[in-house]
Ligand binder design. Structure first.
Ligand SMILES: NC(=O)C1=CN([C@@H]2O[C@H](COP(=O)(O)OP(=O)(O)OC[C@H]3O[C@@H](n4cnc5c(N)ncnc54)[C@H](O)[C@@H]3O)[C@@H](O)[C@H]2O)C=CC1
Ligand SMILES: O=C(O)CCC(=O)N[C@@H](CCC(=O)O)C(=O)O
Length: 488
């Protein structure tokens, strides 16, 4: 199986064998070998060779290749959505929205490039001050499994647009989506070596991150791996590192008039993608008292009727599976651990079939759990914390090392203003679900969620560096010389 794409050629990996499976049926979807350190090195060399030619193309030439890629994505939209669905377990309707986000990324990246990293000039004294941007060179892109198309695309498209060449290391859980995406780039006419595909698991990732030939690394994935990369890149100010990591996101509910709207928004925040979005609400903060009790009873009643099923089930389910049997097991164990430590199951998460990674939504009241672990449980398990007053709710919301997304459901604008001012996160929403961030806005977190290099609309910023020039076509002596310098 030719799993790698290096210097415009498909070739077999010489590293570890691995495969991807449908998380519900366990059917093998893709099997191949990962890249060894030597193959990573040859891909870096290919990218380095291809870089000058790609960077010297005009912006309009690069845009036309990107637009051809968008057209290729549209041509293969059904196949791509199906591949995303079968490899991740997400329902087809949701996989189709991921493909749409990939297509839309092209126009948004072009707009962002022009606005944030384009060219500007103006007179400065007897010269012209010009601001232009240059690509970093060869950059590595690491993708997560939860959006195997859209999220790597969110780094690759702006990186190529800026003139970088790219080494793409997808998640080992979703190699088939990555392969199909790269085929769309080939169909678009991207020159050989400009985008190289390095399939493989952790060992391939380690070899790529450690390769001295890369000028930067753009990562979306877990905080654990991101932290490790941050340490690895310490003392290397010459390399750009952009980290998009996880969150332990709070959603605070204030007493609102429309209870059902609150319940619907909570469900969209906590359970979409089976809870496998970095923006998902993990902690639901609910006021103590009768209104809070009523809200939770309604939330439990509606959540217990959510359809969970295979990606291609008809009628379509709201939730598909989690990514693997291993992930399902870890989530079930995390639930058991919380229950053993004083959590109360309002709706117990279950795994109806041992051999399928389908989980039903879970809602635990963890108010009584001492020393609640501040960790991201990447699945459909929502933790409820009851609060006494709004100040306590904000303190609880901020009681996390992460800082990706935070939300407030409230009819009071004054409360939102207070929440906005006092909460610490890169996304702060009012009466809107936490998930589904717009590509036309910056996307990133603070604390353990990121390293202040927001992606989405601001990805242009980490894909190029600014070059400030003072320019004048002829060299002339200034009218007045500085004191102490004699020209005669
Ligand atoms: N803030 C954001 O934009 C987003 C964050 N995420 C986060 O991603 C996580 C889920 O994705 P996963 O694929 O499980 O993340 P992960 O961290 O396990 O893997 C991400 C990538 O890093 C590679 N990798 C793992 N260990 C490595 C090492 N030591 N050195 C170099 N490479 C290594 C993997 O092979 C994969 O390609 C969740 O925590 C989620 O919150 C997911 C989507 C968006
Ligand atoms: O990157 C973009 O274009 C916008 C950010 C985005 O799509 N966020 C999604 C998924 C984030 C995740 O889980 O990783 C969202 O907010 O739902």
């Amino acid at each position: 199986m030719n799993s790698l794409y290096i210097a415009g050629e498909w070739l077999a990996g010489q590293g570890e064998s691995f495969q991807s499976v449908n998380p519900v049926t366990q059917q093998v979807l893709w099997a191949g070998e990962g890249a060894t350190a030597a193959q990573v090195e040859s891909a870096v060399q290919a990218a380095r060779q291809a870089f000058p030619g790609w960077a010297r193309r005009t912006l309009e030439e690069r845009i036309s290749v990107l637009e051809a890629f968008a057209a290729a994505l549209k041509n293969h939209a059904d196949e791509l959505a199906r591949t995303i669905g079968e490899e991740t377990g997400k329902p087809l309707w949701e996989a189709a929205t991921e493909v749409t986000s990939m297509v839309n990324k092209i126009a948004i990246s072009v707009q962002s490039y022009r606005e944030r990293t384009g060219e500007k000039s103006g007179p400065l004294g007897d010269a012209t001050a010009v601001l232009r941007h240059k690509p970093h060179g060869v950059v590595a892109v690491f993708g997560p499994y939860n959006f195997p198309g859209h999220l790597p695309n969110g780094h690759i498209v702006p990186a190529l647009l800026a003139g970088n060449s790219v080494l793409f290391k997808p998640s080992e859980l979703t190699p088939k989506v990555a392969e199909l995406t790269v085929k769309c780039w080939i169909e678009a006419g991207l020159p050989a070596g400009v985008l190289n595909l390095l399939q493989g698991a952790r060992e391939t990732g380690i070899a790529l991150a450690a390769n001295p030939g890369i000028d930067g690394l753009f990562f979306t994935g877990s905080s654990r791996t991101g932290n490790h990369l941050h340490k690895q890149f310490s003392g290397r100010p010459d390399k750009i590192l952009a980290l998009e990591m996880g969150g332990n996101n709070p959603l605070v509910v204030d007493q609102v008039a429309d209870l059902d709207a609150a319940v619907y928004t909570i469900i969209q925040s906590a359970f979409i993608s089976a809870g496998q979005r970095c923006t998902c609400a993990r902690r639901l903060l609910v006021p103590q008292g009768a209104w809070g009790d009523t809200l939770l009873a309604r939330l439990v009643a509606v959540s217990s009727t959510i359809d969970v099923g295979a990606f291609d089930q008809q009628p379509a389910p709201f939730m598909g599976s989690v990514i693997s049997l291993g992930a399902a097991k870890a989530l079930m164990e995390a639930q058991e651990h919380l229950l053993a430590n004083g959590a109360v199951a309002l709706l117990e998460m279950t795994q109806p079939q041992a051999q399928a990674a389908l989980l039903t939504p879970g809602i635990l009241d963890v108010t009584a759990v001492a020393d609640r672990p501040d960790e991201e449980l990447f699945g459909p398990l929502l933790q409820v914390i009851r609060y006494a007053d709004f100040e306590a709710a904000i303190a609880e919301a901020n009681d996390t090392a992460y800082g990706l997304a935070a939300g407030l459901l409230s009819d009071s604008e004054a409360r939102y203003q207070q929440f906005w001012l006092e909460s610490r996160a890169g996304i702060v929403n009012w009466n809107k679900q936490l998930t589904g961030a717009a590509s036309s806005a910056p996307f990133g977190g603070v604390g353990a969620s990121g390293n202040h290099r927001a992606s989405a609309y601001y990805a242009a910023d980490y894909c190029a560096y600014p070059v400030a020039s003072l320019e004048t076509p002829s060299l002339t002596l200034p009218a007045a010389l500085t004191p102490g310098v004699r020209m005669s």
